[in-house]
Write a protein that binds this ligand. Structure first.
Ligand SMILES: [Zn+2]
Length: 84
């Protein structure tokens, strides 16, 4: 009987594979860019100016969202197209 060639050893069972990786690198949470009033105002010296137009329907205090070609009011839905 020809001696059987030794099969390549399979992974030894039960051997704890290279220790658990330290669970340090937690999935990084994407830092949400803070948006808020600070974006709406620009401070120049001791004066502030608004960087967005306010809704003419709702009055000052209601800022309009700046879109590419238009501003919209999230409050009443008023849309104003930018003029060039
Ligand atoms: Zn409005």
């Amino acid at each position: 009987m020809a001696p059987k060639k030794d099969l390549p050893a399979t992974k030894p069972a039960g051997e704890a594979s290279s220790a658990k990786k330290a669970e340090k690198g937690k999935s990084e949470k994407k830092h949400k860019e803070e948006r808020g009033v600070k974006d709406m105002y620009k401070v120049e010296g001791d004066k502030i100016s608004r960087t967005r137009p306010t809704c003419e329907r709702c009055g000052p205090g209601y800022f309009m969202a700046d879109h590419h070609v238009r501003y919209t009011c999230g409050h009443c839905g008023f849309t104003r197209y930018k003029q060039k």
